[in-house]
Design a protein around this ligand. Sequence first.
Ligand code: PMP
Length: 461
Amino acid sequence: EYKGMSKERMMEIRRLNCNPMTMKVTYYKKPVFVHQGYMQWLWDVDGKRYLDLFAGVATVIAGHCHPKVTAAAEQQLKRLWHTTNIYVNPFIHEYCEKLASYLPDPLKVIYLTNSGSEANDLAMLMARLHTGNYDIITFRGSYHGGSTSAMGLTSVEAYKFPIANGIGCTNTMCPDVFRGLWGGSHCRDSPVQTIRECSCAQGHCMAQEQYIGQLQETLATSVSRRIAAFFAEPLQGIGGAVQYPKNYLKEAYKLVRERGGVCISDEVQTGFGRTGSHFWGFQGHDVIPDIVTLAKGIGNGFPMGAIVTTPEIAASFAKGAHFNTFGGNPLACVVASSVLDTIQENSLQQNCLHVGTYLMIELAKLRDKYEIIGDVRGKGLHIGVEMVEDRVSRAPLSPQAISEIFEDIKDMGVLIGKGGMYGQTFRIKPSMCITMEDADFFIAVFNKSIHNYMEKKMNVS
Ligand code: PMP
């Protein structure tokens, strides 16, 4: 039973003392007050249980307070919390060796940070030092962090502050096969296809060529002849689980490398088996980046980030001293190490493939039933459901309608996320331990919420 601070008091402190900006972005009209979690479940202060299909935005990958991860943290808390890396301790070295074994050659050199923004800052710095170039290209609609430099990579209006940022950062068109200019039913690697008409002819992907043409135009018009880096998520997170045409990244990597740039894969949301078919998102695109950035799930909610790069890039970075007080502290390393073990022991990657594929197939059936479900996409347990006014115009469903459905889903006991340029895409990225029963429960809830919305709309009109 919860005996802590009252809801009213929490809201007051939130308004006055605690990160007041978050007041502007209260996720729900009636906020959720959580105080406890276990695996895929969260409990609110009134004792109501929620199926958490957002998991702190793809972060709590093994499950809230996972027993094994919690035990590892408890044990380490009694042994050694902190020492900076001016001394040599086994914990960081055991972890780096283990993490490196999950990455293909030549990605073997690891730097540990405390967040994804920090990891992306470091990746920008490294790319610029290594190449001697300055320009960086990212996708429109991408989110790569909120620090002053990472904000420059980010291309979502809500997260851009009106200060000088992003000097040397240029956005290019996101190759979104649903909402973008070009696309089609076979463009992307997903267990379900979009119902948008395909522009491809006999296995020849037009959309891929058209979007690559856009990147070529950006390279020819908006940046200098030599570039430092190209940043992309393998599957866009905050953008709304946006997927690119097959082979797009492969071609993009080629163009970037021809101009002296390095290719950076932001795996903050797609790493650690979430996409089901592969441990890392980039593997699904058949590319090997020069730098990989990690955070969120790496510590199952314990604050941590990392970048992994090649010995060659690391050598360029060794020209200066790099120091990070908390990055790679013993506690974080022990927790992250047990997260990797848990993924293996509990077959979490396989579970993502199994339950995620099932969820997408079931969601696609609802898409075929309701006109306002425009698109179902994703891989593994990284799923986007894009809502539209109607299938022909593909106009984003109004924020009011989204909010109504979203609130209803929450009231029925399920937490999901929102994303996309207009907040029109529901995002499902739960702990990787969810079961088929959880998937069935969500499908029933989602179906009911859409049904309720449609019924209300009919009665009004
Ligand atoms: N990259 C991606 C893809 C992200 O989703 C986020 C966080 N939403 C970040 C980077 C930044 O991570 P952090 O919040 O840990 O700084």
